[in-house]
Write a protein that binds this ligand. Structure first.
Ligand SMILES: Nc1nc2c(ncn2[C@@H]2O[C@H](COP(=O)(O)OP(=O)(O)OP(=O)(O)O)[C@@H](O)[C@H]2O)c(=O)[nH]1
Ligand SMILES: [Mg+2]
Length: 221
């Protein structure tokens, strides 16, 4: 009797991810998988990050993950960089990007012309953390309005990431959120995660974020 279907699916997924990673390494592209709840500010962050990298002489491209629509890709279009929309709806509407979708998106990108490839994952604080896409770094964006308890309630995402961007810092004076407790809760789930407060709106923390990206590129792997 043949049984192990689920294992086969996961093995297949990891195989595709490893193939993606081999391509990234071959072309010296630093790939950052950006994950978060819906609306924490991933796209706005990219709108600020990519021009800042360009000023420093680095080229970027984006794979935009969404269940449906091209809204975020359209927002990035004025940046004049390659953007590929990866929608999961035609493949069953998964709530996370899969390595096979990233692989399909890569066919539309010239990796030899790219320094940084950002993968904006589907807005979801749970599932995307479970799927390796071949990326070099994983970043979770947690916005202040989401509340201090989210790292404790959704720990896997924080355990799986290298960096947590604490976003929408400009809203702090208007909220009752305890930023220090939020940081403590992030570090409770992952003692090694870096935490960086940012605001895409005011520019707070953006130079530190860019510096983190540039260090990651030097360190690669
Ligand atoms: N005040 C403030 N608002 C922000 C900031 N960053 C993003 N926003 C707002 O938050 C909302 C959601 O931002 P997006 O960039 O679309 O968030 P996202 O994570 O890409 O959302 P999905 O792709 O749908 O998951 C928008 O109205 C942004 O203008 C910030 O730093 N400060
Ligand atoms: Mg977005």
């Amino acid at each position: 009797m043949e049984i192990p279907i689920i294992r086969d699916v996961l093995e297949e997924s990891n195989l595709r991810a490893q193939e993606n990673r081999a391509l990234f390494d071959e072309h010296g592209v630093l790939v950052v998988n950006i994950m978060s709840s819906p609306g924490s500010g991933k796209t706005m962050l990219l709108q600020k990050t990519i021009p800042a990298l360009k000023e420093r002489g680095f080229s970027s491209a984006v794979i935009e993950g969404d269940i449906t629509s091209t809204i975020d890709s359209e927002r990035l279009q004025p940046l004049g960089i390659p953007v590929v929309q990866a929608n999961t709806e035609p493949f069953g509407g998964d709530c996370h990007l899969g390595s096979h979708l990233v692989q399909a998106a890569l066919k539309h990108l010239d990796l030899s012309a790219i320094d940084f490839l950002f993968i904006e994952n589907i807005g979801n604080l749970v599932c995307p953390a479970e799927f390796y896409l071949g990326e070099n770094r994983r970043v979770v964006v947690l916005s202040l309005p989401e509340g201090e308890d989210k790292p404790l309630k959704y720990p896997l995402m924080f355990r799986e990431c290298d960096l947590c961007l604490l976003s929408k810092m400009d809203l702090a004076p208007h909220l009752e959120v305890d930023v220090e407790l939020m940081k403590t809760n992030i570090r409770k789930t992952n003692g090694h995660i870096a935490v960086l407060p940012i605001s895409a709106k005011t520019g707070e923390g953006l130079s530190e974020w860019i510096a983190w990206l540039l260090r990651a590129r030097v360190g690669q792997s």
